[in-house]
Design a protein around this ligand. Sequence first.
Ligand SMILES: CC(=O)N[C@H](C=O)[C@@H](O)[C@H](O)[C@H](O)COP(=O)(O)O
Length: 235
Amino acid sequence: MKAEELKKGLIVSCQATSEEPMRESSIIGRFALAAEMGGAVGVRINGISDILATKQIVKIPVIGLVKHTYPGYWSYITPTLRDVESVYVTGAEIIAVDATKLPKPEGKDVRQLLREIKKEFPDVLLLADVSTLEEGLAAIEEGSDMISTTLAGYTEYTRNYEDPRIIELQDPDVELVRELAQRVNVPVIAEGRYWDDTLAIQAFEAGAHNVVIGAGITRPQIITKKIVDNIQAYL
Ligand SMILES: CC(=O)N[C@H](C=O)[C@@H](O)[C@H](O)[C@H](O)COP(=O)(O)O
């Protein structure tokens, strides 16, 4: 696949941690199928078995990643060459990688990591997950094919709140999408706390090529809680 082939539109992130009720690869695959049936142009999937389950039943492009934590390092989205390789062999069309300025495992800096990925996997479509404009521009210089605002609001220097439960409710960073779209000529993907079509349209108006919605579609316990909290006042 080539970067130009990624259609404009909605990408659905289908992810569940070990504490979540949907934590099963076949369920994640079904979420991805539902996303495809609903008109999504791509899905974003974490973990090898979830990616493989998804690849079996959908035709739309898969953005694959592995969340892998290394002691002493903050970066956790496909942060090493070996992690990239593990996603690469699944056949995921696009690979998402932490492209924040924070140091990467094995003592690498972000530019070195991105450069090595491009060298070792020249045909890979590399999606740089960033939290700031500067990180996005650096990732483009190192050959990234797409940029996503995935980590805006999550790195320590872009966080506004200490409480991780609060951050889930914060507004998405539409301004970062606007700034990136003005400065780069690769697809800019708006991601992180986009809950619905109203927020997604704001991102498209700001120049996004795609908007990723995760929790707002595929984390039913969070959706339920949001609705329950909102109607509580009337009960
Ligand atoms: C920060 C981080 O680790 N984000 C992850 C990236 O893969 C996922 O946990 C998010 O669900 C995804 O980015 C979609 O975002 P939201 O669920 O807010 O629509």
